[in-house]
Design a protein around this ligand. Sequence first.
Ligand SMILES: CC(C)(COP(=O)(O)OP(=O)(O)OC[C@H]1O[C@@H](n2cnc3c(N)ncnc32)[C@H](O)[C@@H]1OP(=O)(O)O)[C@@H](O)C(=O)NCCC(=O)NCCS
Length: 176
Amino acid sequence: MAITYYKRFRMEIDLDGSIQSPQLPSGFRWVGWDEELLEEHAQVKYRSFREEIDSHVFPCLGELTGCQRLMREIRRKPGFLPAATWLIVGPDTFVGTIQGVMDRGPIGAIQNVGVAPEFRGKGFGRALVRKALEGFYSAGLQRAYLEVTAENSSAVMLYRAVGFRRSKTLYKAVDG
Ligand SMILES: CC(C)(COP(=O)(O)OP(=O)(O)OC[C@H]1O[C@@H](n2cnc3c(N)ncnc32)[C@H](O)[C@@H]1OP(=O)(O)O)[C@@H](O)C(=O)NCCC(=O)NCCS
């Protein structure tokens, strides 16, 4: 079976008290972590990723059942951080999701950030990332990282705009 290698960047940022709590436009609000919201996180994750490059890199992101499984795995991680795990809800539906974990270091690790296609380009992705960084900082962390597929240029530009800088290049091998 053919193997595809996807180039990925690890990007990092220093955290300090300068992170300001991101505001949302009227009609939209933050929803903090609650065990009963696991399904909503999975659903908006699926809507955000199903047509995107990362659903090839991580096929579970291209299926609702895969997103549900992934959310359960993230929730079970020892460093799962509710303070860095958020949903944005709008007047009619959920708009975006982010989850954060405390990794060895300690360092904050952003797991997945996704904004549903119809809400993109309005600043929600940036707000989610800044909200998670604020959560890491409030948990006492001074640094955070994430990994992003190199050809996902909108995500790379978003992270650069927030202040992340590339620290390492990795290759992820995917079968088939
Ligand atoms: C990546 C993603 C979260 C961005 O969400 P978004 O709400 O559209 O992003 P924002 O509107 O907050 O954009 C913030 C900044 O990111 C950059 N950016 C985002 N989308 C961009 C695009 N299509 N082209 C160029 N720059 C873009 C810009 O710097 C932008 O700042 P600006 O508006 O001041 O120019 C969204 O496209 C998404 O969910 N993609 C699919 C899932 C995914 O790949 N997630 C990332 C996994 S690592």
